[in-house]
Design a protein around this ligand. Sequence first.
Ligand code: FE2
Length: 214
Amino acid sequence: MRGGLTRIKAIARGRHETSGQEASRGKAEPLSDPLTSHTPSPGCWLTDPLALLDEDNALRLDLCDLLEHIADGLPDNAAPQLAQLAFAAIGRGWTNHVAFEEEALFPILRRYGGSDPDLTAGLNQLAAEHASDAGLDQEIVDALHGLTRGGPPRNPEMVGYLLRAHFVPMRRHVLWENAFLIPAARRLLSDDDITTLRDWIRAREPHKCSCGGM
Ligand SMILES: [Fe+2]
C-alpha cells in the first residue's frame, strides 16, 4: 500500500513538472491500479484494519493532490498519463472505502452510539457524504477518461470545476475521518469488533491479507 502512495506522489511530481508538456502530447500508457497494488510488509495489513483505513485515507489524500495538480495544469497541460493514473485509482478505491465503512465499520460503531449522540451524528454525516460523492463519481470518471486521450479538453473550465468539486469535499471527508472516525474506532472497538472487521476485509479483498489468515 505504501508503494502505491509513493508511486502516485512520484508520478505527480516528476512527470508533470519535468516533462508535463511531453506527457500532455503523448499517448497514455497503461498504468497499474495503485489501490490494488500490494507491497509486502513485515506484518499482515489485516492485523490492524484501522491502520489499513488510515493508509487508504492517506492514498485518497494523495489522489486529491493528483486531481488538484491535473486541474491546475488545464487547459494547456492536460497530462494524459496523470489522468490515466487518477482514472485507474478513483473508482475502485472509493467503492471499497464506502463498502468497508458502511457495511462493516459503521454498523459496529452505531451500537456504541446510544451513549454518544455526537458519534451517531458524525456517522450520519459521513454516510451522507458517501452518498453525495457517489453521485459525482461518474462525472469525474468521464472527465478523467476524456483527459486520458491527450490534448486540452473541449471545455477545460467544466473539467476543472468537476475535479475541484470532487477533491475539495473529498479532502475534507478524509481529514474528518482521520480526526473523528478513526480515533473513535480506536477508543471504542473491542478485540471481537476488530476480528469482525478483519474477517470482513479478508472475505472482500483477500489480496490485502499477506499472512494467509490468522
Ligand atoms: Fe468515508
